[in-house]
Write a protein that binds this ligand. Structure first.
Ligand SMILES: NC(=O)c1ccc[n+]([C@@H]2O[C@H](COP(=O)([O-])OP(=O)(O)OC[C@H]3O[C@@H](n4cnc5c(N)ncnc54)[C@H](OP(=O)(O)O)[C@@H]3O)[C@@H](O)[C@H]2O)c1
Length: 291
């Protein structure tokens, strides 16, 4: 098998398994547990994939503030062990990081490049940034890909869906929705991301890349687009982050420039609004009749 996909039960992992169907071994936590360092070498030694795509992470941004040991165990220490195992088996590691490695510069309003100094504002972002450094230093055949605001069919298991599904569910239940209008980023469709990453891997141009859909919006604008495209009436109000109390601080602006990826000859991914329309179409195709 050429590829192995860790985090195969998550929304991005599922997308890679679908995209690489027949070419990828899906790996779940009971096979490789990032908190049990002995598991990765055993499985990589048995499967000998050429490329390990790591979609596994401790992704609970708010919980990470109190459960920092768990966040670092998975996103940092576990990722280091995985990268070392990949190095030992001469396997390329593809690892995902986040726009949340930025945020400290509160005045920033232009897209971040890969060589801009990071500055996370929460534990999750810090644990992911440390994981990036360890992948890059432990395994030379690496792609570290920072992305943002993922949504994919099936949603994130641990988080019980994704932002799009949550918005639609709450609107259909007639709940008033208050969504932050002062956090700007680029929501990204897992299908577009997985397709682009498979092409990027083929270049063997290892390194750190930013990869998201194009353009940017606030979470409020994203919610409004969901309801417009789905023709759903929703009681939607823009609010400031200060009005929405959560344990973890978020970046005010964390748009990622994808110029480095484009410099390899790739077209930018489609704009977030087009990607959202494609996602909404795909989920409709999958809905049971009369649903
Ligand atoms: N979601 C976003 O908006 C977003 C934004 C930027 C970057 N990212 C990054 O993109 C990647 C994919 O995110 P996602 O949204 O697809 O995540 P997800 O749907 O929440 O899936 C996370 C996966 O990690 C697995 N996992 C958790 N702890 C593990 C452990 N100790 N050992 C092995 N597997 C473990 C989970 O397995 P179980 O099913 O067993 O729990 C699940 O398969 C992550 O690196 C994330 O940091 C995500």
């Amino acid at each position: 098998m050429k590829y192995a996909v860790l985090g195969a039960t998550g929304q991005l992992g599922r997308q890679f398994c679908k995209r690489l169907s027949g070419e990828a071994a899906p790996l779940a936590r009971d096979q490789v547990d990032l908190t049990r360092p002995e598991t990765a070498p055993l499985v990589l030694g048995a499967l000998r994939p050429e490329v390990l795509i790591n979609c596994a992470a401790f992704n609970f941004v708010d919980r990470a503030e109190k459960e920092s040991a768990d966040a670092f165990a998975v996103n940092t220490h576990g990722v280091r062990e995985l990268a070392l195992a990949c190095r030992d088996f001469d396997c390329t590691v593809v690892h995902f990081s986040t726009d949340y490695v930025f945020g400290l510069d509160q005045k920033r309003r232009t897209p971040y490049a890969e060589d801009d100094p990071p500055g996370p504002v929460n534990v999750y972002g810090t644990s992911k940034l440390a994981g990036e450094y360890l992948v890059r230093s432990c395994c030379s055949k690496h792609f570290v890909i920072r992305t943002c605001g993922l949504y994919g069919v099936g949603g994130s298991g641990g988080k019980g869906g994704n932002f799009v599904e949550t918005m639609l569910r709450l609107a259909q239940a007639g709940k008033p929705l208050r969504v932050v209008a002062d956090q700007v980023c680029t929501p990204t469709y897992t299908s577009d991301l997985a397709n682009a990453v498979v092409e990027l891997i083929a270049t063997q141009r290892y390194g750190l890349y930013h990869l998201t859909n194009a353009n940017a919006c606030s979470w409020y604008e994203f919610a409004r687009a969901i309801f417009e495209l789905e023709r759903v009436r929703a009681d939607l109000t823009p609010i400031a982050s200060a009005e929405y109390a959560v344990p973890a601080r978020r970046p005010v602006y964390s748009v990622l420039s994808t110029s480095l990826y484009e410099s390899l000859g790739f077209a930018p991914l489609r704009p977030w609004r087009e990607a959202l329309a494609a996602y909404l179409h795909e989920r409709q195709q999958r809905a049971p009749p009369n649903a």
